[in-house]
Write a protein that binds this ligand. Structure first.
Ligand code: ADP
Ligand code: ZN
Ligand code: ZN
Length: 811
């Protein structure tokens, strides 16, 4: 008897063992997708291992079905999932859920079955129940959709419920295959007519059907010029009708051939654009090659616009030559048409793209093409790390410092950089991390010799780094020089740029019009009902948003506390900057790029294109304007408020502020001549601003790493953050206290908290947090993780804590 351990797409702490039916024994392998029962539902799970150990604790159920001919993942992915679940303290089911496209997970569908025990006495049923029962009696099973057709009433579910109660029917969940291959009809010529001699008589024969003759001639013309002809295309181009086509098919002159076609459009051209690296790029590439002979990970620290992308292209070419696959990871919003076009130019049909905007059917196709190896290079966001690569040779992770590589919710809460390093290891593949402002962790690892380091200090084409000037907000306020939020310095430079026909990018980290409203009579501030935060005023939409839970509220004119009509917007976001700019520069064409103005991926791309084509003079935006964009004509970048970047409570605040300012500066003056950057700040003496002015990454690194060491923060420790949440404040406070008391004897000073976080209620849940700081000792870390899991289990066994949710967040 064979058994299989199956990973189910659920947050279960363990995998379940199922019996393998004898007829499937040869076919089921690790990675096979199978339909299995759990409770009264059916799921599509993935076989992790096949063995002959019956589980002691429970009687096994049998696997119902093997869903595909081949396994959907390789053993490498199974090993990766196991590591992820262990390292990031989640379940393999969570990883499976994140990895598998929805259309491979299957959804289950409710099916009603006639209950034979019921007999055929329908007298106790009302009119509607009777209709369904009768249909069930005849057809034995019905789907919900069919019941809806029969009844055509809004209360279908309550009628079904009554039928179940009266034992007329039984329900069960059936798996529904949702992925559908796309097919298209192609038109073929009957092989009997392939020679000129054979086809010539047809023209005479069809003389009495001139429309059919015309259609046949159109077909012959198309097939000659393009090799294959789709039915839809033929009808469109010939102007013929389906009936006329059917006429030719009935006469056995033409044939219809239905074929599976792909939805995913791969690049078309297969020619590679030739270009040469500059000597500095050439040196860096040679150094990377050299580093890879000794180390698995290389960090490429290349200043903005140094031409890192071109180096990646050359490196990718080399790996493709050796027959391996390449994964190129970028932050989601850096995956613009700009970079896609640049790479498609080089890699044509071999490159596939993967990000959150693909449809479910497209995802399945990409999944299969990566698995088969048809996609040789995959350019994608964080989640493409979970695709089933067959033989990966190289991972490039560009903008490696970017915070969006870390997944927040839901589990697995992984960091794509660290996970990519582990994944690459499974393939014995190399990994190249690239950034102009590396994360402190990576730069530290490079300096320690764990990673190799390659530095590229000059911009491509010898363009100078932008000149940075700090504009003093305090001084200008005192001198009454400010107009709205603009210093005279920034206004002056914007005027100059516009007069020179150049473009300007302004960066403001907050979206909306104002982060909060304030009653000037009594101090009341409108807050979210679900969360412990103020509501952001969005003037364009004339309402207020909670940026934590997304709830929208109508704008209030009257203070809820004192009844006065004295509410004023406080502080400012991108909408306000846009409005003020329009007033200050009425002639300028101004656009705003943030999550509110950009709803779709395409909107983002369109705006970038407008900027490229010179249709926009000033672009105001949040982080979205920072990432990896390459514009020729931008010669001024303004940071509206550096203070807001430098003052929030997080140990990474200085590093992040430096990265943001350096990256946004990098958008200025990339092609001809030196660009200019104006940073507005009240605290002009902040040491981070000094480093930004000098483009001095290394000085920033030295200052920050000293502090990290002093306070025991990463990279000198590993951090696990525990968030505990519950609807009742009392319960969450008590649970945190109990857990803290259990942990303290084992952790001592390594445990910080529990304490309520700054925003202590989100989506109606009260929160408590704890921070565990551990030395970089993997055995100790593994031990603590196991201990935590045990304590979580113990805590939620207790009755009053049963519905407490604990989420660990590693690193
Ligand atoms: P980075 O990613 O380091 O900020 P990019 O790769 O975007 O820099 O390069 C900056 C600009 O220089 C781009 O417009 C790019 O096309 C151009 N460039 C870089 N290297 C070359 C090269 N070897 N030949 C031609 N153009 C190059
Ligand atoms: Zn008031
Ligand atoms: Zn909220």
């Amino acid at each position: 008897m064979k058994f299989a351990d199956v990973i189910l797409p659920l947050a279960l702490p363990r995998n379940y063992t199922y019996a393998v039916p004898p007829d499937m024994e040869n076919a089921i392998q690790p990675g096979s997708r199978v339909a299995v029962p759990l409770g009264n539902k059916k799921y599509a799970g993935i076989v992790k291992s096949v063995h002959d150990q019956a589980p002691g604790a429970y009687k096994t159920k049998a696997i119902h079905d093997l869903l595909d001919k081949e396994p959907v993942v390789y053993p490498t992915q199974l090993a990766f999932w196991e590591w992820m679940a262990q390292y990031y303290m989640c379940n393999e089911g969570d990883v499976l859920n994140a990895a598998l496209p929805a259309h491979l997970k299957l959804s289950s569908e409710t099916v009603l079955l006639f209950n034979d025990a019921f007999g055929d006495d329908f007298t106790m049923l009302d009119e509607y129940e009777y209709l369904v029962a009768e249909a069930l009696h005849i057809r034995q099973e019905l789907r919900i959709g069919e019941v809806q057709q029969i009844l055509d009433r809004p209360d279908v579910y309550s009628i079904i419920k009554k039928l179940i109660e009266k034992k007329v029917c039984l329900v069960y969940e059936e798996l529904k295959e949702v992925y559908k291959e796309k097919t298209e009809k192609f038109i073929l010529l009957n092989p009997a007519y392939e020679t000129d001699e054979a086809i010539a008589p047809l023209f005479d024969e069809l003389a009495r059907a001139p429309k059919q003759l015309e259609l046949l001639l159109a077909y012959l013309h198309l097939i000659k010029t393009q090799g294959e002809v789709a039915q839809s295309e033929l009808l469109k181009k010939s102007g013929a009708s389906a009936a006329q086509l059917k006429g030719l098919v009935d006469k056995e002159i033409l044939q219809v051939d239905q074929r599976i076609v792909g939805r995913v459009r791969m690049g078309k051209v297969d020619v590679q654009i030739k270009f040469d690296l500059s000597p500095a790029q050439e040196t860096a590439l040679a150094a990377i090659r050299e580093c890879f002979t000794e180390k698995q990970v290389t960090l490429l620290h290349g200043v903005t616009s140094s031409g890192k992308t071109e180096i990646y292209v050359k490196l990718i070419e080399e790996y493709l030559g050796s027959g391996k696959q390449v994964l190129y990871l970028l932050p989601e919003i850096a995956l613009t048409a700009q970079i896609i076009r640049r790479l498609q130019k080089h890699f044509g049909t071999q490159i596939g793209i993967y990000h959150s905007r693909f449809s479910n059917n497209e995802r399945v196709e990409i999944w299969n093409k990566v698995k088969s190896g048809e996609i040789r290079i995959l350019l994608g966001a964080r989640s493409s790390l979970l695709l089933p690569f067959r033989d990966l040779g190289l991972i490039i992770l560009d903008e490696e410092h970017d915070g969006s590589f870390k997944q927040q919710d839901p589990a697995p809460r992984y960091h794509a950089r660290d996970a990519a390093i582990y994944y690459a290891g499974l393939f014995k593949a190399k990994i190249l991390l690239g950034s102009a402002t590396p994360s402190l962790e990576s730069y530290y690892n490079a300096k320690q010799g764990k990673y190799a380091l390659v530095e590229l200090q000059e911009r491509y084409g010898g363009i100078a780094m932008p000149a940075i000037e700090i504009a003093d907000l305090k001084k200008e306020m005192a001198m009454k020089e400010m107009v709205h939020n603009f210093t005279s310095v920034l206004r002056g430079h914007i005027t100059q740029s516009l007069e020179a026909g150049k473009q300007v990018i302004l960066f403001q980290n907050r979206r909306g019009y104002a982060p909060f409203l304030l009653c000037t009579t009594c101090g009341w501030i409108p807050n979210c009902k679900q969360c412990d935060v103020s509501l952001t005023y969005h003037k364009h939409q004339d309402n207020m948003h909670c940026h934590y839970c997304g709830t929208r509220y109508p704008y209030v004119y009257t203070c809820a506390a004192c009844g006065s009509q004295t509410l004023v917007p406080k502080n400012f976001g991108t909408e306000k900057i846009e409005e003020d700019l329009q007033e200050l520069f009425p002639q300028a064409r101004i656009a705003r790029m943030d999550m509110d103005s950009i709803r779709s991926k395409d909107g983002h791309n369109r705006m970038i294109q407008s900027l490229e084509q010179g249709e926009i003079d000033i672009l105001v935006g949040t982080q979205m304007v920072v990432k990896g964009l390459d514009f020729q004509n931008v010669n001024l970048v303004g940071v509206i408020s550096a203070d807001s970047l430098l003052s929030y409570p997080d140990f990474r605040v200085n590093e992040r502020a430096f990265q943001l300012m350096e990256q946004v500066s990098g958008r200025s003056g990339r092609r001809d001549g030196q660009g200019k950057v104006i940073i507005q700040a009240s605290n002009t003496r902040h040491h981070i601003l000094q480093f930004v002015t000098e483009h001095n990454y290394k000085a920033m690194y030295e200052a920050e790493i000293t502090e990290r060491e002093q306070f025991g923060y990463p990279p000198f420790s590993r951090i696990i953050k525990l968030t505990i949440r519950h609807k009742k404040q009392k319960t969450v406070d008590e649970a945190a206290l109990v857990l803290g008391n259990w942990l303290r004897p084992h952790l001592g000073a390594q445990l910080v908290g529990p304490a309520a976080p700054l925003v202590s209620r989100v989506r109606g849940f009260y929160l408590q947090e704890m921070l565990i700081k551990l030395p970089r000792d993997s055995r100790r870390i593994a031990q603590v993780k196991n201990m935590l899991k045990e304590f979580f289990g113990q805590l939620t066994i207790e009755k009053q804590f049963r519905s407490v949710v604990i989420t660990p967040d590693v690193d």
